[in-house]
Write a protein that binds this ligand. Sequence first.
Ligand code: FAD
Length: 466
Amino acid sequence: MSHSPLHLIWFRNDLRLNDNPALFNAAKAGSVVGVFFICEKQWQEHNDSPAKLGLIADRLREFSKELKQKNIPLKIIAVDYFTEIPGKLTQFCKKHAIHDLWFNNEYPLNEKKRDDQTEQELKKISVTSHRFNGDVILPPGSVLNNSGSMFQVFTPFSNAWRLRANPEILTAFKPPRKQSELAIESDEIPQFGGEYRTDLWQVTTKSIHSRLHKFVERSEQSYKELRDFPAINATSTLSPYLTIGAVGIRECIQVLIETNSDEAFHRQWLTELIWREFYRHLIATNPRLSQGLCFKPVADNLQWQVNQSNFQRWCDGKTGFPIVDAGMRQLKQTGWMHNRVRMITAAFLTKLLRIDWRLGEAHFMQHLMDGDFASNNGGWQWSASVGADSVPYFRIFNPYRQAEKFDPQGNYVRKFVPELSSINDKKIHQPSTLSCETLGYPNPMIDYASERKKTLEIWSEFLNTA
Ligand code: FAD
């Protein structure tokens, strides 16, 4: 049994042994015990999907076993809201004579406030907090333009990021060493969250690493060319694991560098990972984004349509636009949606139905396995033309053209819209040219061309008077 001072590590979106700087550094300092808070009411308020929470519960069970192999006990504390956490941690630290708390930062405003308050409260009982940036490669505030501010546009951010990210920074942190046994038992992980497709989303570290390796090995040529085609499995589908921290960002890059030498693939996949960092840096440096406001302040005055029945048809995948409906049904059935189709469905809601992007943002969060505040908010603000470096207002995705270009054989639509499974390639994206009623599929809920025209008029008038 060990008698060295005990260190507490607070796990959140970092459920992994490898590439976990808080865990790595805590274990170097002494004996470690872990804690995880189940905050069901808070998560509900944040719109976290039951499916994602179910994934976290299952991953936590695996992770607890992995920690046990290192003799690191994991305690579970249930609270309703974040505000209860400082008090619970204070009690825990007093009970176990702990003087050091270790954790990886989270960047949305609510999480940051929670962490700052915790740090202050614990200071009162002489517990020192040690904070790390495990969820990003370069910490927010460290990639700045010439005037020392956060970039407003992605490409210069990405260029500056690439210049700063040297091999040392990109190297994953090693897992902690095995420590001497402690006289503290791990808690059972209670059931929380909801059901999800366990056949699609496994939780062992082995299966997650195998997903990463297989993707990197097979993508030699294909990622750059095929990543926009939703019927093809050309992307990594690692997003749920990156979101809950079951895999580390440095681990991904290390595997990429070690396994695959294709320059174009490296560049493109890294660009996607840098988008993830860009949105995290924006969230951390601009509180407006965590307050339901638009990145572009002028856009806060846009008038959105209030139309519950149109919104519901979009949510249910019954718009009569096959590519949109396929995406919305993929989201509900699998907890994931292909990136190209996220852009198409988001553009449909905000640019053709002119419904508030915040409703779409919340609906995505309520269903996504990878629901991540920064990336989801960034993706929605981009699509609605109200965000940083967002699509210009006059670029309105044409769902027919997008479908013909990116789902040319209609295989994606056929998979998720079974009513259309017998329709041939040419007609599948415009089934209204056939008789929708006989197929049991709705007619298009809007006329694309006239809604597009209306949106352009509304936006240009808005910008002229703003
Ligand atoms: P890959 O192509 O393999 O990319 C690797 C990783 O890079 C992803 O896992 C993800 O972590 C990151 N990434 C890729 N593209 C983006 C991007 N555009 N923005 C930020 N990070 C990116 N991603 C989420 O992780 N959570 C969300 O809640 C989320 N909501 C979105 C909402 C909208 C409206 C849009 C347009 C995009 C959203 N994205 C979100 C980004 C993107 O769609 C997903 O990250 C991607 O589809 C995940 O698939 P993958 O893991 O196969 O990606």
